[in-house]
Design a protein around this ligand. Sequence first.
Ligand code: ATP
Length: 342
Amino acid sequence: MQTANLAINCRGVSKTFNATTVLDQVDFQLPQGSLGALLGPSGCGKTTLLRLIAGFETLDQGQIWLGQREIANSHRQVPPEQRQIGMVFQEYALFPHLTVGQNIGYGLSRQTHKQQRIDELLELVGLSGLAQRMPHELSGGQQQRVALARALAPKPQLLLLDEPFSNLDAGLRDQVRTATKQILRQVGATALFVTHDQEEALSLADQVTVMLGGKVLQSATPHELYLRPTSRAVAEFVGEANFLPGVARENRVECALGQLLLTKPMHGPVTLMIRPEALNLVPDPSGHGQIMGQRFYGHDQLIDLQIGNLTIAARTGPRLDLAPKMQVGVSVQGPVVAFQAE
Ligand SMILES: Nc1ncnc2c1ncn2[C@@H]1O[C@H](COP(=O)(O)OP(=O)(O)OP(=O)(O)O)[C@@H](O)[C@H]1O
């Protein structure tokens, strides 16, 4: 693997707490300048991996490099304060007795241009004029920006964010996420954040890494991960998916929906993964699908379809006028992903 442009490179990283393996031979890489997400259900080990990279935990096996510098192996750990890593915590961890400006300047040594740097950061995060405020006088979104500015102030090589948006209410969250991404892009930062929210991971990150049971299942762009998951577990965790049996021959597969194209050649019994929005429905009295249920959301609608003895979900636009018991023709848009049947 080309390692020259990697900001983080974890090789065979394992961690055990009280005889429980929390990280099992994890390989993880993040390119310079990109925004990575560690995504997985509660307890899968994502926070532990973040804490190992930060240096708050020691690893049992493996190595971690930050750029070309090895920062941790099973014998030697560079202390957290020498890693040049910035950190944004879930609860922001602002110093309550320091002003906004003092919080942002906290990690800056007594350098001559300290005030200038604080002003730059205040401007960057859109808080110019609030330098004298105390943290409790700020909204949640503003506190998050102060935490971000404080972490970026010393120009870290890498920024780690632990569930950075989970303390914000739903209305504000999307706005703060977008603003955070813009700020990170503007300064060309490399950042890695932990989340269990798939929408957050897909909409924000350049690279999403799905973890389950202490292992990395797949690391890819959001697009690749959603359209070409390499395992059923990833397909199930990221988005909604239908799974149906089929028999593959080269690039084609025979299934209840007819003959479909595969994303890669396969042979024998397979399990097909079809996203609900990849199904195209057309009202047709001789169609082989029947509408069993319908949930209308306005921007789209979710349809339960019966095809033979198979029940599958389809997502269509709001304009298609469908009703329960109606017969529909069903086709699939684009090639489908198949997994070798278990
Ligand atoms: N210091 C510790 N001592 C003992 N067990 C720990 C410690 N830190 C984490 N664990 C355990 O390791 C497992 C993974 O925890 P981790 O926090 O990495 O998961 P996570 O994927 O980030 O989950 P969450 O989203 O709930 O934070 C959990 O079972 C947790 O209880």
